[in-house]
Design a protein around this ligand. Structure first.
Ligand SMILES: [Zn+2]
Length: 431
């Protein structure tokens, strides 16, 4: 059909031809695979195999099952064993083929995981159709991507557990001039049951759960004006919905893998959130701590808008003076200036007190000229961009509502992919 088509119609429709050719080759490949996947019945002296319960499972019959492979639907037929004691059945061939409890071959599952971490599951289904000529459902993409993400998340948990118990091995390599960790959090929309008993903003029930996000990158150079430049492709990410305590271990392990122990200069940047600095105190003692300059400025803006309600000129004038103190790292002066603000309005007085406290508590993290003279970043732009790349573009699209479990699975898969570690995971899985 393919070879005669151009002659019959007198026209070349290459796309139709190439697709027909691919479909034909897929069918041939699937037929060949199905042949290969016909396992013989075991010889009479090999009909008993060990069962997990400690007894012996007995060979019963050959059973077939369909498998969707990279070349389309195929079928395998393999020996089935049943344990007369615990009534558990098993297919040893499925273990070898890595198709236990799934009708998707490893090659197809890898494709589904790739598209599932990158875009909404239905988009993934469409990509698989176009790129691989395979028919799957949206649910297939979802379940497979989440299953693999879950598997990655579980092995990460185990790694974190091991790291906690043992001294971490020193990661060998070249010395790193500056290793930077940035930490932040961003909310994702969740299904109702995830927010039961959780208070949202302004007394409304919570519709979001916070994903804690961290990134690690290196910097070796700076530009002509002395501003820090991040080493290209040096950023790795971690992200999960979990407690600050759990997340602390996660980001610590990531920093360690990236060579924390051999970094000449260690830096952590975050906004003023207390949980971030608690993690730093616990896991990154000795690091240079920096509060994101733009968050700090925002605190001044929030205050001045209350001090001079709708008086823009006054606001700007006040900011000129106070932001200058902030930018110059003269935090003691700034705190004194804030404390000298005399307000009889109780709410305003409270806002002034809170802001003054914020700057006082973070003073050592706001020596911006000192940080700049060392060519360090003073903003958390990298992690903010990371929040969009890792989480926003995948988990915050309209109509999406996550369970914490599904979100953590997809985030584990997505970070693994973005960090360039998916091949390693798959390799380890094969082994
Ligand atoms: Zn048994």
């Amino acid at each position: 059909m393919v070879f005669s088509a151009p002659h019959k119609t007198g026209r070349w429709e290459l796309e139709a031809l190439e697709m027909a050719m691919r479909a034909a080759l897929h069918r041939a490949g699937a037929a060949a695979l199905s042949q290969l996947l016909q396992f013989p019945a075991p010889a009479s002296h090999q009909r008993n195999i060990p069962c997990a319960c400690g007894h012996q499972a007995r060979y019963r019959e050959l059973r077939s099952k369909p498998i969707l492979t990279a070349v389309g639907p195929a079928e395998t037929s393999r020996p089935y064993y049943l344990c007369p004691d615990c009534h558990n059945g098993q297919f040893p061939a499925d273990v070898e083929l890595d198709i236990v409890n799934t009708e998707f071959s490893p090659g197809v599952r890898r494709m589904l995981a790739l598209v599932g971490q990158q875009a909404p599951f239905d988009r993934g289904r469409q990509q698989i159709q176009l790129l691989a000529d395979l028919e799957v459902t949206t649910k297939n993409v979802e379940r497979t991507a989440e299953g693999i993400g879950q598997d990655i998340a579980v092995s990460e948990k185990a790694e974190i557990q091991r790291a906690k118990q043992l001294d971490l091995p020193i990661v060998l390599g070249k010395p790193i001039p500056i290793l930077c960790v940035q930490i932040d959090a961003t909310g994702i929309p969740v299904v109702k049951k995830e927010t039961v008993g959780r208070q949202g903003k302004d007394g409304h029930p919570a519709r979001h759960r916070d994903v804690k996000v961290g990134c690690v990158f290196t910097q070796t150079t700076w530009n002509a004006e002395g501003y820090a430049i991040r080493d290209p492709d040096s950023t790795t990410y971690v992200a999960a919905i979990e407690t600050a305590e759990e997340f602390g271990k996660r980001i610590y392990l990531e920093a360690w893998k990236r060579g924390w122990s051999r970094a000449a200069k260690k830096v952590v940047i975050g906004d003023g959130a207390e949980w971030i600095w608690s993690i730093v105190a616990l896991y990154f003692p000795g690091a240079i701590q920096i509060v994101d300059l733009y968050h700090a400025r925002q605190h001044l803006w929030d205050l001045v808008r209350k001090l001079y309600l709708n008086q823009e000129a006054e606001q700007r004038r006040w900011m000129m003076v106070h932001q200058d103190m902030l930018d110059k790292g003269k935090i003691e002066d700034l705190v004194a200036a804030l404390r000298s603000i005399d307000s009889s309005h109780p709410e305003l007085a409270e806002a002034v007190r809170t802001t003054a406290h914020y700057f006082q508590a973070n003073a050592a993290r706001m020596r911006y000229p000192e940080f700049r003279s060392q060519h360090l970043f003073v903003g958390s732009g990298v992690i903010e961009a990371g929040c969009k790349t890792v989480i926003g573009s995948r988990c915050k699209l309209s109509g999406m509502f996550w369970t914490a479990r599904a979100a953590n699975a997809i985030l584990a898969l997505r970070c693994c992919q973005l960090n360039g570690r998916f091949e390693d995971y798959w390799e380890a899985r094969r082994a």
